[in-house]
Design a protein around this ligand. Structure first.
Ligand SMILES: Nc1ncnc2c1ncn2[C@@H]1O[C@H](COP(=O)(O)OP(=O)(O)OP(=O)(O)O)[C@@H](O)[C@H]1O
Ligand SMILES: [Mg+2]
Length: 308
């Protein structure tokens, strides 16, 4: 059975006009993507790439200049589409004079919840994001991380099908980041769909089934993590201990890159034939091989290669 498309983005574009000068800024230039049910989708790109602008279009905060987005087949920003979404903005604004309990209840009520069911859901979700101890403290007294968690609780309270999170790990310490990662995984295990932007590539690589990298408003890389990383070039590092100067010179010529670490030489090569040649030469010269380590291309390598 084909998996159900939860979020479909079709040639979405946004051009801003700068006030006064009237100069055009093409923030998003016709991007298309699909996110299926249960997927964790990472939305990446350097500062200014257009992530937040896209997310604002997906959540109906701004209208696209052209193109369209649908959520569970319903057009954004129709109430049918938006009712399925939980949204964490880049800098969540939480009314400073409310407590997390009051703020999250308000968000639940705005999503049509009420009564004892709402009360229970609010307490459960605040417990889940780890701020139960601060549930009745005014938000103005909370730290940045606690505010971020309050925002997350507000996004989750109505148990949405699709979570759209703009930089959900920002402002959190390593423990907080892990908790948010766990929460995202829990949502996906419950067959919910998560679309989030991030700069933290290792988090994305660990979590996401699929990613899209934006650069200057355009998609430069997209696909599942396994497709992208498998497509990457296969490199290996060969560590040779105490090579003679002649051998070191010879290996440097064969390698993509070499690096001296103390008395050892680390030779980076591409492809299996190159490994064989380096090993043969090194062994023939009487050197000792300490390690042959496959070097998988990481998302960070792909990001640096394509997006910067
Ligand atoms: N309201 C606006 N008016 C004019 N230009 C805008 C507006 N909002 C965003 N931009 C421009 O659009 C481009 C994309 O910005 P956006 O905030 O979407 O990037 P981003 O990928 O979220 O970056 P970051 O990683 O810093 O959050 C930038 O050049 C930005 O200056
Ligand atoms: Mg942004």
């Amino acid at each position: 059975m084909a998996s159900q498309v939860v979020l479909e983005v079709d040639r979405l574009a946004k051009t801003f006009r700068k006030p006064f000068s009237g100069k055009k800024v093409e923030a998003v230039r016709g991007i298309s993507l699909q996110v299926t049910r249960g997927q964790i989708f990472g939305f990446l790109g350097p500062n200014g790439a257009g992530k937040t602008t896209t997310i604002k279009m997906l959540t109906g905060l701004i209208a696209p200049t052209s193109g369209r987005a649908t959520i569970l087949g319903k057009d954004v920003p129709s109430p049918e589409a938006m009712g399925s979404v939980g949204f964490l903005p880049e800098n969540p604004y939480v009314y400073p004079y409310l407590t997390p309990r009051e703020f999250v209840s308000l968000c639940g009520r705005l999503n049509g919840m009420g009564g004892p069911k709402l009360k229970k859901a609010v307490e459960a979700v605040i417990e889940r994001v780890g701020i139960a101890y601060a549930i009745d403290r005014p938000v103005r007294n909370l730290s940045k991380g606690m505010l971020q968690r309050t925002g997350l609780a507000a996004a989750l309270v109505h148990d949405p099908e699709l979570l759209i999170l703009d930089e959900p790990m920002s402002g959190l310490d390593p423990v907080g980041r892990k908790e948010v990662r766990d929460l995202i995984v829990e949502e996906a295990s419950a067959n919910k769909t998560v679309f989030f932007s991030s700069h933290i590539l290792s988090d994305v690589e660990m979590l996401c089934d699929a990613v899209c990298i934006l650069r200057k408003g355009e998609v430069v890389v997209s696909g599942t993590i396994s497709e992208l990383v498998d497509k990457g070039v296969r490199r290996s590092e060969i560590t040779v201990s105490a090579p003679s100067d002649e051998l070191a010179d010879e290996l440097e010529k064969l390698a993509e890159r070499t690096q001296r670490v103390g008395r050892t030489l680390v030779v980076e090569v591409q492809g299996d034939d190159a490994i064989k040649t380096v090993l043969e030469r090194a062994l023939a010269a009487g050197a000792r091989i300490e390690a042959v380590t496959p070097k998988r291309e990481t998302l960070e390598d792909i990001f640096v290669r394509k997006a910067l």
